[in-house]
Structures are given as C-alpha cells and as structure tokens.
Design a binder for this molecule. Structure first.
Ligand SMILES: [Fe+2]
Ligand SMILES: [Fe+2]
Length: 379
C-alpha cells in the first residue's frame, strides 16, 4: 500500500493516509471551540427525560431488522407506482422530440430503481453528516445534559448511516455521490464557529426535512424491510428534532435582538433560496441519456403540469419546520422579521401544527413494537 503524508490542512504530518483513502475523503475545518464542563448537575430535566428515552429506545441494526428479506428492486418500484416513477417523467416522454419518447414500461421501471437509489444515497450521506454534527455538538455545547444526549444521537446516526449503506449495497446496487446542495449545507454548519448553528442547521432544518422525507417514503413503500427500517429511523429522528428545540429554546431566550436576527437570517437563507432538487444528472447518465439533453424537456413538462413538481413535498417539509421555529421564538423576534419573510411565500399556514418537542413520543415505533411483543408473550 502506497502512503502519502497527510495534507497540511489535516494537521500537517500528523499521520499517513493511503492514496486510495485520499480520494475517498473530504476535509472540513471546524472553527468552533471545544468545551469541557465541570458542572455535572442534571438540572435540565427535559433533556434528562429525552436522554433516558434515547437509551431505552436504542435498536440493533443487525438483529432488529430482517436482512434475509428478499428484495426485488423492480417490484419495489412497481408497487409504489407514481410514488416511485413520478408522472412528470411520463409527461416528458410525451413531448415532441423527447429523448425518452420511445420508452416502454421496462425503461420507466429502470428509471424508478435509479431514482430510489439516488434518494436513499442522499439519506445515507445526510446521515453521515448528522453523525459528524452530533459529535460536534458533544464537543461544543456547554451543558452536560446536552453532551450526554448528543452522544446518544451520534450513535443513532451511525446506525442510520450504516443501515442505509447496507440496504443500498445488499439490496439495490451502487450508491450515488452526495448532492452538491446537501454537501454545501452540511459542510457550512460543520465549519461554523457558533455552536448553536450546528443545532439550528441540523436538528431543526435538516432533520425536520428528513422526518418529512422519511415519512413520505414510509407512507408509500410496501417492501417490508425498508418500511421497518424507516419506521425505526424516524423514531430516532423525532427525538433529535426535540433535542434541538429543547436546547435552543433555552439559549435563544438569552440572546440579544441582533444575535437572534442572525439566526433568523440563517433560516431565511436556508429555506427560501431555490430548494428545487437537482434532477440528479447522474441518474440520467446511468440510463445513457445526457442530462443536458433531457433537462429542457423536464422543465417544459413541469410547466405543463402546473409549476413546481416538488410542491407537495415542500409543504410536508415546512409543516414540521414552521411550528418548530415558532416554538424557538424565531418567527416573532425582531418585530416578526422571519414571519414576514415566510408569510410572503405562504408558509405560515403550518404555524399552529404540533411541534416535534411535543409529538416525538408518537414516533417511537421501537418502544411500541417492544410493548406489543411483551404483551404477546404475557398472553
Ligand atoms: Fe438520522
Ligand atoms: Fe437524526
């Protein structure tokens, strides 16, 4: 094995990595300060409750999921119908001159399989980002109860990364690279010197999004292994969002108007810029169709179908995010600055929906399954 000195940005000569490894890593410099605390008092009771809950509802990625389940990717996609092969692409095939005009159901099914792999690949990469971010919170948050909780979250995210990677590798096939949008979003919060931005960007924004995305897939998939995997991942994710709300609620009660404005601007910037997902050019490449050739037809089909194809998903996303942000006081701080920004694009309809600090228990499928199993044994 050839080894080369570690890049200076990794600490200059602190060790050696192989040439192969270098091509498989990304270096991100964290600007935040590590915090050691001498205060071991358990006085944040809601975080103590959440931590105890997290310990009790840990699950085992090897024994709690039935990996012997036989998964046929084509059947998985066909059973999901329009939820796996969006009607948008069927419309694309009907447009004059479309590069997929001659497609039969076989090709559409292949597209559905590739889109599913692309979707699960972003989940996998996002989970690794969440693992790194939770570890950063262990290091940077000043409260011992939050350090303890973030340590359990780090383990949860390791398990999530692992199960998505294993499902892709053993059941579906080659994963896709991380989308540049997601990579940029996660990298920037790992780099940030303000420890609460890790929370705001991950536990509040990305994990509210993840809860919505996992929920949507869970609702529409019938393949039993993936369905159970998603139920268990969501049961952890709801706690993670609750962790963000409970921790930041305390901090934001103490910040100045100017500091709160920075956080409001962060939220506006991370939610209002064009969130339209890329049309995953790699998917088209794998199908042998140049992305630049099909893109104009996708745009035309989306317009013909009445605008944003992501509208329904975006609604679900904000249905979690808006009440969570409202609970933190960030909608109304600074004379309702964020309320005005979000109101302009019609997001306030979700303001009074249940926030995740209140409804995380409802997601706990792990505890529910165990209670049901115990009741079955007692019978
Ligand atoms: Fe996760
Ligand atoms: Fe999470």
């Amino acid at each position: 094995m050839t080894t080369t000195p570690v890049a200076p940005e990794l600490g200059g000569g602190a060790g050696l990595v192989s040439a192969t490894m270098r091509s498989n890593i990304k270096l991100v410099e964290d600007q935040a300060t590590r915090v050691f605390t001498w205060d071991y008092e358990r006085d944040r009771t809601q975080l103590v409750t959440l931590y105890n809950k997290a310990m009790g509802s840990q699950w085992n990625s090897v024994t709690d999921l039935d990996w012997s389940t036989d998964v046929d990717p084509e059947r998985l996609v066909q059973e999901m119908g329009d939820n796996a092969i969006p009607p948008l692409y069927r419309k694309v095939a009907t447009l004059p001159g479309s590069p997929i005009a001659s497609w039969t159901e076989t090709e559409f099914t292949r597209l559905g399989v590739e889109l599913m792999k692309a979707r699960l690949s972003q989940f996998m990469h996002g989970e690794q980002g969440a693992m790194i971010t939770a570890a950063k919170i262990v290091e940077t948050v000043p409260w011992v109860d939050a350090k303890y909780y973030a340590a359990t979250q780090t383990m949860d995210e390791a398990r999530h990364t692992e199960v998505f990677a294993k499902y892709l590798d053993s059941k579906l096939g080659d994963a896709y690279p991380m989308s540049p949008f997601l990579e940029e979003q996660i990298t920037s919060l790992i780099e940030d010197s303000r420890w609460d931005i890790a929370y705001l960007g991950m536990q509040i924004v990305i994990e509210s999004l993840a809860l919505a995305a996992f929920g949507e897939l869970h609702r529409t998939v019938t393949e039993p292994l993936l369905k159970k995997l998603l139920r268990y991942v969501m049961s952890d994710e709801a706690r993670h969002v609750a962790f963000g709300i409970l921790s930041l609620g305390e901090l934001y009660g103490e910040l100045s108007s100017a500091e709160l404005k920075e956080r409001q601007e962060y939220l506006a910037e991370n939610t209002l810029r064009n969130r339209a997902r890329s049309t995953t050019p790699e998917v088209w490449d794998r199908l042998g169709i140049p992305a630049e050739q099909i893109l104009p037809y996708i745009v035309e089909a989306a317009q013909a179908m009445g605008g944003s194809v992501f509208a329904a998903f975006q609604r679900a996303f904000f249905a979690k995010l808006v009440p969570n942000v409202s609970k933190l006081g960030l909608l109304d701080a600074n004379d309702g600055w964020l309320r005005q920004q979000w109101g302009r694009v019609g997001l306030l309809e979700f303001e009074s929906a249940a926030d995740t600090a209140e409804d995380y228990e409802r997601y706990d499928s792990v505890a529910a399954d165990r209670a049901a199993a115990a009741a079955g044994e007692a019978r």
